[in-house]
Ligand binder design. Structure first.
Ligand SMILES: [Zn+2]
Length: 329
């Protein structure tokens, strides 16, 4: 607490309520949360959105970045297209509510779910300190718990899906206490403290360490298709055609997340009859961005192995990179 008393005094009375709230909660009794997925952040899952801490019309995550959306109440843990992961209880508790049976697919275009089911399939767990953890967008039919069940930290409760209002496969984890959404990265109630007010994370040490190591841009996915693809098409893998020797084009694509203005994205693709690259200077912060390079191949795609690589550089340093290969037989 002494660490941020200085900022409270400096910023005056408006922040007193935040400080008082924190004292009432009490550091000793406050629950600590582990990750809501069995995954390694930065490798096979990624924080795509944080809580929107901006109380006004703008958006801001707790680091004053833009990795959030207006009024976003939780933290979105995203998995790459086509991947799957168990959703885990973030602490010991009792299941208070469950919902299943909602369609499980990412939406494209106008929002097409009934009011009140934006969360899709999900559940709420009440913890010993009275905080509730809410998990949204689970795969239909994957819930393994029922109302009233007791769960332990780390217990699998379902699978990551794309039910409710979501453009990508992820679990939305929200923490709610006394009717307020709490940002697990600071412990502050949403909208009650500006993004530059230091707080105290509610993660377990292990989760905090993994999350800190995974900050920054990432290459979420990359591959080849026979035409340019969209992010929704990548998420909904069934709608994307695959490349064969008879395809008349070969398009390499890569999807990067959490890029900042000034970052340089470099996409290269090579193989028999193909050697193309593209460099792109990012002009504004973007939660996700897709790049393409490719070529028409009117005689079909030559047999052999093709390689695609995408890197994200910041101030001349490579922050993230991945590559993948495709063999046409
Ligand atoms: Zn969310």
């Amino acid at each position: 607490m002494s660490l941020y008393r200085g900022s409270v005094l400096a910023l005056g009375a408006t922040l007193f309520a935040v400080l008082a709230g924190t004292i009432v909660f009490g550091e000793a009794q406050r629950e600590r949360y582990s990750l809501p997925l069995n995954c390694a952040p930065g490798e096979d899952c990624f924080v795509q959105k944080y809580v929107d801490v901006d109380a006004d019309e703008g958006i801001a995550d707790h680091m004053c970045g833009r990795m959030t959306s207006p009024e976003h109440t939780g933290t979105d843990f995203r998995i790459p297209p086509g991947a799957s992961a168990d959703v885990l209880a973030v602490a010991d508790g009792t299941v208070r509510r469950v919902r299943d049976g909602q369609a499980d697919r990412t939406f494209v275009g106008p929002l097409a779910v009934p009011d009140g089911v934006g969360c899709g399939n999900g559940l709420a767990i009440e913890h010993a300190d009275g905080t509730e953890s809410l998990y949204c967008h689970l795969e239909r039919g994957s819930l393994r718990v029922a109302q009233g069940d007791t769960v332990a930290r780390g217990d699998p409760v379902g699978h990551v899906g794309a039910s409710g209002l979501t453009e990508f496969r992820h679990v939305h984890l929200a923490l709610r206490r006394d009717g307020r959404d709490i940002d697990p990265f600071t412990g502050h109630a949403r909208g009650r403290a500006a993004c530059d007010v230091p707080g105290s994370a509610l993660w377990t040490d292990e989760a905090a360490e993994a999350l800190a190591a995974a900050e920054g841009p990432h290459v979420l996915a990359l591959g080849f298709h026979d035409r340019p693809v969209t992010i929704p098409a990548i998420e909904d893998a069934a709608t994307v055609g695959s490349v064969t020797a008879r395809s008349d084009a070969l398009v390499a694509w890569g999807l990067a997340i959490a890029v900042e203005a000034g970052d340089v994205l470099s996409l290269t693709a090579d193989g028999p009859g193909l050697s193309v690259d593209e460099t792109h200077l990012v002009d504004r912060p973007q939660a996700q961005t897709m790049r393409f390079v490719g070529r028409r191949m009117r005689e079909g795609v030559p047999l052999g192995t093709y390689r695609v690589a995408l890197s994200v550089s910041r101030n001349g340093e490579v922050m993230a990179s991945r590559d993948a290969t495709l063999t046409i037989r």
